[in-house]
Design a protein around this ligand. Structure first.
Ligand SMILES: Cc1ncc(COP(=O)(O)O)c(C=O)c1O
Length: 376
């Protein structure tokens, strides 16, 4: 391949890399913003088990992280407010509708606390399998989880969700795209579902991975907020933005629900995380380039699995969930022997593994190891 000419954009990314010292990954972008190559330093196993984005943080976020040192002696109150207003602009909602949390995990737990406070010993309806942070926390709060198996295509079965709702239900959790399956529910189906859920039930739509869907703007439930007083939509800076360690997420809800949820926050986000998130939100070029790289490599992985005849879910996240054909612990062991850490077992899917899309050479390594690890 002819090395691409040095453009202003590439020079910027290159100088940011030099300024900030070793990157977890080295990325070369082409003029159209696509990733030409990406490599990582060779220490420890390659982590393809946590659905993180190793392309991040963006160059602007890296600079903001360094600059945030000066803000460390201060509480982050004012900068949280700035981020809240920027998110509101970005999402086209009122700032009073936005909650900034220490990761979307904190916001999931706040929704659990609100449900437990509204109806002691109530019920939460959630898919099986799904991201377990809220269901597990809800159980610890004394709620009963009513699990609803995903359908034959590994999607949330929203009709079955409606049937599972009782007079004891206070919370419904829809993870869209779902973790670990990566599947999505269509926006019109979700809209009909949200309209059909009885008034007192809070519906949490977790959109941690929405940026990796085909048309993120059309996949989001934010447009439903106008007609759904009990809906909360959650987002995170841990995935596309590559800031998982800095713990920033946000929720959008009708203002009165946002106020009730906000009252249950436990900790203020930290100033470095807020500075990084604010810078990252505006680094559109980087976000677009990494999104494209991840979606391309997801297509590559799904194509390879199809050629190998392995059943898989249709993932719209930065990960792929597929049937290894053997107990998943054995598959994990084989992959680890090749220097790759891949995902664990999920309820009802004893032979399936979830593999996160890493940087390009990590995906190459995974694809090279795959055929051997599938054989028992
Ligand atoms: C679906 C889903 N929601 C929320 C989270 C939590 O993310 P955060 O880092 O924002 O707490 C995760 C993390 O993996 C996730 O998969």
């Amino acid at each position: 391949m002819t090395p691409p000419a040095l453009t202003r954009r590439r020079a910027l990314l290159g100088s940011a890399a030099a300024l900030l010292g070793p990157w977890p990954s080295r990325i070369v972008f082409a003029d159209d913003g696509s990733v030409v190559s990406a490599t990582r330093p060779g220490t420890g196993p390659i982590l393809l088990n946590g659905n993180e984005n190793p392309y991040g943080p963006s160059p602007a976020a890296r600079r903001a992280i360094l600059d945030s040192m000066g803000a460390a002696p201060r509480y982050a109150e004012e900068s949280i407010e700035v981020l809240r207003r920027q998110i509101a602009l970005h999402e086209g909602v009122d700032p009073a509708q936005v909650l900034v949390g220490s990761g979307s995990g904190e916001l999931l737990r706040m929704a659990g606390l609100l449900a437990a406070r509204t109806l002691a010993g109530g019920e939460l309806v959630a898919a099986r399998p799904t991201y377990e942070e809220l269901p597990e926390f809800a159980e610890r709060l004394g709620l009963t989880v009513r699990w609803v198996d995903v359908d034959a295509e590994h999607r949330h079965d929203l009709d079955a969700f409606l049937r599972a709702i009782t007079s004891r239900t206070s919370l419904v959790y829809v993870c869209n795209p779902n973790n670990p399956t990566g599947t999505t529910v269509a926006t019109d189906q979700l809209a009909a579902f949200v309209r059909a859920v009885p008034g007192p039930v809070t519906v949490v739509v977790d959109e941690a991975y929405v940026d990796f869907t085909d048309v993120p703007g059309r996949s989001t439930a934010v447009g439903l907020l106008r007609e759904a007083p009990n809906l909360v939509v959650l987002r995170t800076f841990s995935k596309l933005h590559g800031l998982a360690g800095l713990r920033v997420g946000y929720g959008i809800a009708p203002a009165s629900l946002a106020t009730r949820l906000g009252a249950l926050s436990l900790v203020w986000p930290n100033s470095t995380g807020i500075a990084a998130a604010t810078a990252s939100l505006n680094d559109r070029g980087f976000l677009q380039a990494t999104r494209t790289a991840i979606v391309d490599d997801r297509t590559r992985v799904q194509g390879a699995l199809d050629r190998l005849g392995r059943p898989r879910a249709d993932s719209k996240g930065n990960f792929v969930f597929f049937d290894t054909g053997r107990p998943v612990a054995e598959f994990q062991e084989c992959m680890l022997a090749q220097g790759l850490r891949v995902g664990r077992r999920f309820a009802g899917y004893d032979t399936w593994s979830r593999v996160t899309i890493g940087v390009r050479d990590e995906v190459d390594r995974f694809l090279a190891a795959l055929p051997g690890a599938l054989k028992a």
